[in-house]
Ligand binder design. Structure first.
Ligand SMILES: CC(C)(CO)C(=O)C(=O)O
Length: 352
């Protein structure tokens, strides 16, 4: 039963990551969760989620306190602001609408009260939010969780939920640990709420830049390599030469780009990241799951931004350049399939 002082939390995106975050927050009893769902709304609204989780056990027909199909318009419905809004959708800035515009019905550009948590992968994801919501405290959530939605509303979580929470430094700050007192308090408060169920590993980590670059060693490399080859994180390690010819060179380029940005990652980061997932779990990084479902690829913040940051500082990044351009071509293919790009019709008379 939720505490009467439970925080009112809006989670936007109820896929593999959002569903487990919602379940974990409500299990802790310190939060009341409203989830905004898109592709799985009909199924979850009617039947709830079927979840098989290494942290939470097996749940049939579980639902958060409220399930919506669109971001609620607080002014029109005379609703109070949320304590936290958590964004767990993919970040695909090359496909409209923009994420900040999606939040506007629930978050005023003048907001100072609601804390926004970006529980998403990638580099520089906070920039468009800082621009639209300059006075909103914005937290970074760096998540390591082996969770997939195998069909709408069915979630399999095979690997433990580990979450690092910190405040993004404001855009005019030059310090990598420039958390304001208010942001530190918000980060610590969120960690308290997220840990309450006692099932996950969640901690406050003010070194957001370090945490994000370290996670990019996985996301900028394993995500596109697995998505392009169609191999999961177990099979890519078993495949001929893939570790030495693909994973290690790509990861070394990310480590070098991070260093050029002043973030020194530990010496073992490449080997630890390659072997992070137990091989026999054969986990699919989110980009592989997306390509299999013909969803758009989240590649601009995962591959494009570290590549742009590194090359601007003179770091050679040949492997990342090829991965980025392959992702771009796949994205174009998906746009064609969805009728977003017009191409000349195929000639019926190839001989003439
Ligand atoms: C590392 C992992 C699997 C953790 O959630 C991830 O970030 C992804 O699949 O994109």
């Amino acid at each position: 039963m939720a505490d009467p002082k439970a925080k009112n939390i809006l989670i936007i995106g109820g896929g593999a990551v959002g569903a487990i975050a919602a379940l974990n927050l409500e299990a802790g009893g310190l939060a009341t969760v409203t989830a905004v769902l898109r592709s799985n709304f009909e199924v979850v609204n009617e039947f709830g989620y079927d979840i098989s989780s290494c942290d939470h056990g097996v749940l049939k027909g579980w639902k958060p306190s409220q399930v919506l199909s669109a971001v609620p318009n607080l002014a029109a419905s005379n609703l109070p602001p949320y304590d936290y809004i958590i964004l767990t959708t993919k970040n695909i800035p090359d496909i409209p609408p923009s994420l900040p515009s999606l939040l506007l019905p629930s978050l005023s550009p003048k907001n100072t009260r609601t804390v926004l948590l970006l529980l998403q992968n990638g580099l520089n994801i906070e920039r468009p939010f800082h621009a639209t919501f300059p006075t909103t405290p914005i937290l970074s959530g760096v998540s390591l969780i082996g969770s997939t939605e195998t069909r709408p509303g069915t979630i399999i979580q095979a690997d433990h939920d580990r979450l690092l929470i910190g405040a993004f430094p404001s855009p005019d700050s030059t310090s990598p640990i420039a958390e304001s007192e208010a942001a530190t308090a918000a980060a610590e408060d969120f960690v308290r709420i997220y840990r309450a169920a006692g099932k996950t590993s969640c901690s406050h980590s003010p070194l957001v830049a370090r945490d994000r670059w370290r996670k990019l060693v996985y996301n900028a490399c394993l995500n596109p390599i697995c998505a392009i080859t169609g191999l999961d994180t177990g099979r890519i390690r078993l495949a001929d030469n893939a570790i030495t010819s693909l994973l290690q060179p790509a990861m070394a380029e990310i480590v070098a780009a991070a260093k050029a940005k002043g973030v020194v990652l530990d010496a073992e980061v490449i080997e630890n990241t390659i072997h992070m997932d137990p091989l026999e779990l054969y986990l699919s990084p989110s980009m592989l799951a997306d390509v299999r479902k013909s969803n758009f690829l989240e590649f601009e913040n995962l591959v494009g931004e570290p590549l742009r940051e590194g090359t601007a500082l003179g770091v050679p990044m040949p492997t990342l350049t090829v991965l980025y351009n392959l992702c771009k071509a796949i994205q174009w293919r998906i746009k064609v399939t969805r009728g977003m790009v017009e191409i000349p019709p195929q000639r019926k008379d190839p001989g003439n």
